[in-house]
Design a protein around this ligand. Sequence first.
Ligand code: F3S
Length: 391
Amino acid sequence: MDFTREEEAILRGEEGEGKRKAMELVTALGKIYGAEDLIDITSAHLSGASYKTIGDGGLKYLEDMVAGGAMVSVPSTLNPVGMDRGRWAEMHISPEFAEKQLRIIELYGSMGIKTTCSCTPYTGANVPTLGDHVAWAESSALSFVNSYIGARTNREGGPGALAAAILGKTANYGLHLDENRRPTVVIDADIDGSVFSYSLLGQAVGMAIGGGVPYFKGIDPCVEEAKTLSAAMAASGSVALWHAEGVTPEAGNHDISGLEVIHIGKDELEAAYSKLNTVDDVQLIALGCPHLTEKEMHDIATFLKGKRKVRDDVEIWFCTSAEVRERCPDDVRIMEEFGPVLADTCMVVAPIEGTFERTGTNSAKAGNYLPTLCSQKAMCRDFVKLMEVVM
Ligand code: F3S
């Protein structure tokens, strides 16, 4: 790889141990993936924030980074953590878990990272623009900013994104390069246009193609639909970039003639639904994967207003960011009659296993991860149908 003088000095440790370690990691990734040089980034978004997912090993890694003087050099945000900082007892979290989780947040904060702890930072705390090179972890968020905004990031892991944030640079390969942003398959989508149909569409596409860069015809997603589509394809497959004809900023840049066309319609959506639904009753209904936007909070509150939850044996959690919760006090008041509006956490990165065995969601991403990462049997339905379980 070609390095500038400044980068060579960092590699020699002249700017401290934290930066040297970060440079080593970024260059190791660059060599694996054939990067010729490093590229400046404008922001980072980091995963690996829950004590449940990183454990004591991750906590020790962060302690070492902070001790080595690591500081981020570009605006950086953090993914959801394992609990609501103020309401962890309502989530059946132990004091031991809470203590370690709070320490993890503190460590990230001391490196200059905004501890907003949301998987939808692109709605407020961290908003890239078209053509920005960024280093984002969190598969749903990075797919959203690659696709709907037209920023450029690879599918970073937590340590890689942290290293890039410290350097303000990442290795220049993969989705940073024009040639890798070309569509690889055309998806002829036939869906009813509800948010849930976008979740099932993403599930079906991930099941059909695994990876690659799908080019959609026949959809016109708003922000909420694009976020659920991104999340679903990143979980059922490994899609990190998609285009939608007439919608996403780079869709018009590409010639799609000659590409394979896959039709996704009623049969494929039914197959996706069957894969995600393995149980008929639940103990927890968790909404907000990815985190609820202000619009979704308002839609949920509007639906719930004047209704009553009749089942005490089923908990409902609404997951969003602290910023969104703060901005929607009237909606929160209505929603809290049904269950807590939890900030900066979610049903997947919280340690729900041990408390619950069967969980309902309206998100295909959560529908994939609840069984594999949380030992849950999952129900994945449209929001209104989920609410029928408790009303
Ligand atoms: Fe966000 Fe958790 Fe889903 S991090 S995308 S709500 S699994």
